[in-house]
Design a protein around this ligand. Structure first.
Ligand SMILES: NC(=O)C1=CN([C@@H]2O[C@H](COP(=O)(O)OP(=O)(O)OC[C@H]3O[C@@H](n4cnc5c(N)ncnc54)[C@H](OP(=O)(O)O)[C@@H]3O)[C@@H](O)[C@H]2O)C=CC1
Ligand SMILES: CC(C)CCC[C@@H](C)[C@H]1CC[C@H]2C3=C(CC[C@]12C)[C@@]1(C)CCC(=O)C[C@@H]1CC3
Length: 345
């Protein structure tokens, strides 16, 4: 029987490697001596030791070029949650992930690490210190969440000892840090438009926000510990800062750090949620005529007004995970990295 020659285990590919998390992951992998192929729909930077392949992950032939001689694939590409485009989420997160799995098989890849999301269990009500065995959301709050659930299932079901192909899903929550295009920019935009005066609910709700370097650390541990017969095979793992914080304290620290005022006045959660739902409906109906992008979407209001924090005990036990950057330091580094978003800049 002909033996298949295995690619070097220091060769990996990052699908979505031009994005926020993907680029931080690529930089860390290069530091650790990996040869990295980035596959993304756009190229945003150059880095020694990294080869870029521009293409759509739904295109298997384009993917196969990038996966040549690769043993580990990190899949961290997704349309932005704010796009709220059902067909796009279905095409990229579900059909595209099937294509990624198929391409991994054809290229002889051994390990696939998916960036999933802790929000796969979030339905808009409180989640306190949840473990990974909490069932997926039965009524996902948006298309992003709906397709992240399907995507995670596809990847975990593809794990196969017979095929020598091992898969794992990392579930981060509320990733933030330098170059994040979402959390800090959306927050500052809302503050600049005078929309950050109010606290939704009583402000006591605890949430996980996870510094990007901790998320990267979780991904690399996962890739390096994943092998046949390891408990990591076909499992999902929460990766957080392990320091739940009051949502509104976190937002206030970022805002005040950048020179804006902290929100002060309270609004009832159900009232704001109802208005957000109504605005979403109006935007949906008007979509063929005009694109309206409300700041306060039902998902954002739900995230801002409920508890949602997750236990990462499983990651600690199975892969020795511990956050490498504590929250206080992470917030300071993040604030420092956005001089252009400071008040008056
Ligand atoms: N940010 C967060 O708080 C959290 C994120 N996640 C997950 O982490 C992952 C990374 O997120 P993040 O870094 O924030 O997102 P980004 O949007 O910054 O990065 C995703 C990258 O994937 C690219 N991409 C999108 N569609 C395709 C496609 N069809 N083919 C190839 N590349 C594509 C994007 O390009 P373009 O920008 O042009 O679309 C972008 O460069 C995602 O899977 C997300 O679901 C999970 C939990 C929390
Ligand atoms: C306008 C304000 C009420 C809120 C501003 C901050 C928000 C933009 C962010 C607060 C929590 C974030 C979050 C995500 C995106 C950005 C926030 C809503 C995710 C939805 C990103 C994708 C995920 O997988 C889950 C994240 C949960 C937290």
């Amino acid at each position: 029987m002909a033996t298949r020659i295995r690619p070097s285990n220091k060769r990996c590919a990052v699908i979505g490697g031009s994005g926020f998390l993907g680029r931080h992951l690529v930089e860390r992998l290069v530091d650790r001596g990996y040869a990295v192929a980035v596959f993304d729909i756009r190229q945003t930077y150059e880095l020694p030791g990294v080869n870029f392949y521009q293409g759509d992950l739904c295109d298997k032939h384009a993917l196969l070029t990038a996966l040549k001689d690769v043993s580990i694939v990190f899949h961290c590409a997704s349309p932005a949650p704010a796009s709220d485009d059902r067909a796009l989420f279905q095409r990229v997160n579900i059909d595209g992930t099937r294509t990624v799995i198929q391409a991994c098989h054809e290229a002889g890849v051994q390990k696939l690490v998916l960036t999933s999301s802790a929000s796969v269990v979030f339905e808009g009500s409180d989640i306190k210190n949840a473990k990974e065995d909490l069932p997926y959301a039965k009524r996902p709050i948006d298309y992003y969440t709906e397709t992240k659930i399907q995507q995670e299932k596809l990847v975990l079901e593809a794990c196969s000892k017979e095929m020598d192909f091992f898969t794992i899903a990392i579930r981060p929550h509320g990733i933030f840090g330098p170059r994040d295009p979402q959390l800090v920019p959306i927050l500052v935009d809302a503050a600049r438009r005078g929309k950050m005066k109010f606290i939704i609910g009583d402000g006591s709700n605890l949430v996980d926000f996870t510094y990007v370097e901790n998320v990267v650390h979780g991904h690399i541990l996962a890739a390096e510990r994943l092998k046949a017969d390891s408990p990591l095979c076909a499992q999902a793992y929460h990766i957080t800062n392990d320091e739940p914080v009051r949502f509104w304290d976190f937002m206030s620290q970022i805002l005040v750090g950048l020179g804006y005022s902290a929100p002060r006045y309270h609004l009832p959660y159900m009232l704001v949620y109802g208005i957000a739902l109504l605005l979403w409906l109006i935007a949906f109906i008007m979509r063929p005529l005009v694109q309206i992008k409300p700041t306060f979407t039902p998902m954002r209001v739900a995230l801002a007004g409920t508890h949602h924090y997750y236990s990462c005990a499983r990651a600690k036990q199975d892969m020795g995970y511990q956050p490498v950057v504590p929250l206080k330091e992470a917030i300071a580094r993040t604030v420092e990295s956005y001089p252009h978003l400071r008040k008056g800049a």
